[in-house]
Design a protein around this ligand. Structure first.
Ligand SMILES: NC(=O)C1=CN([C@@H]2O[C@H](COP(=O)(O)OP(=O)(O)OC[C@H]3O[C@@H](n4cnc5c(N)ncnc54)[C@H](O)[C@@H]3O)[C@@H](O)[C@H]2O)C=CC1
Ligand SMILES: Nc1nc(O)c(N)c(N[C@@H]2O[C@H](COP(=O)(O)O)[C@@H](O)[C@H]2O)n1
Length: 219
């Protein structure tokens, strides 16, 4: 399995505003790059915080990229995966529609009625007691044939993936906006590290529109 985390931050490192409302940090050129990365992935993963905030669809937008996937014998869109300990994903969430396969990773604390409801719309992966055990959940995804994983956020999930050593690559588009706000989400939130900080190797820096794309590998 290869896990790429991709996100867009403002120039001051925020993923969105303190209201946790989605804002377009990427410009057209970066959204096209993100679409190509989705098209090259078997699954796109987000945390439930992102689903509740943005209601994303996580499908490939460019029809020619969908055609190329079909020509390669792949489904038109990658699978969508939500990491959601308590099964809070709304049943009418866009990620659960019929456009592509959907997975919801839950923990044992998820209420049975919510699990039953979600199982009508998605394949459920149960891993962890009170929080999704990401190592077990990602191993289950790999067993289902999902090898090329793209993670789109948000900050809580990205931190946890670094914590358990699941990140192979980090691609960050740093855009020309300043958002500010001590409560605005950043690229890696969670508890934060106080020692044994994960370190990255910088592979490339490239100008994309009015921002910069930084590509790092985790060692
Ligand atoms: N600019 C960008 O590229 C992106 C921005 N966003 C923004 O990020 C914000 C949402 O991010 P967050 O609130 O951080 O939520 P998140 O999307 O990281 O989801 C976190 C939630 O996932 C669940 N979870 C289950 N097991 C977990 C585990 N082991 N580790 C971590 N979380 C686990 C928990 O319920 C937790 O509250 C929104 O404002 C959204 O707009 C989200 C994606 C990309
Ligand atoms: N790459 C990127 N740049 C931004 O500026 C963003 N705001 C995001 N957000 C992510 O994109 C998802 C929306 O996906 P759909 O267009 O609905 O398919 C959103 O939920 C974030 O994960 N990403």
């Amino acid at each position: 399995m290869h896990v790429v985390v991709n996100a867009a931050t403002s120039a001051d490192g925020k993923l969105s505003t303190r209201r946790r409302e989605q804002i377009a940090i990427s410009g057209d050129e970066d959204f096209e790059r993100v679409d190509r990365l989705r098209a090259d992935s078997d699954a796109v993963v987000v945390g439930v915080g992102t689903v509740l905030a943005d209601d994303p669809h996580l499908t490939v937008k460019d029809d020619s990229l969908c055609d190329q996937r079909r020509e390669r014998g792949e489904p038109e869109h990658p699978a969508r995966v939500v990491v959601d300990s308590k099964a809070r994903t709304p049943s009418d969430a866009a990620v659960l529609d019929d456009a592509a396969a959907s997975y919801v990773c839950v923990s044992e604390v998820a209420p049975v009625d919510r699990r039953m409801d979600l199982s009508d719309h998605a394949r459920l992966v149960t891993a962890g007691d009170d929080r999704v055990d990401l190592l077990r959940a990602f191993a289950a995804l790999e067993s289902s044939g999902l090898e090329r994983i793209m993670v789109e956020g948000g900050g809580e999930l990205i931190f946890s993936l670094f914590e358990v050593g699941l990140v192979d690559e980090l691609r960050v588009f740093v855009g020309p906006t300043v958002i500010g706000g001590r409560d605005a989400p950043t690229l890696a939130d969670g508890e934060g590290f106080v020692e044994e900080f994960p370190t990255l190797s910088l592979e490339t820096i490239r100008r994309v529109g009015d921002g910069a794309l930084l590509t790092w590998t985790a060692g």
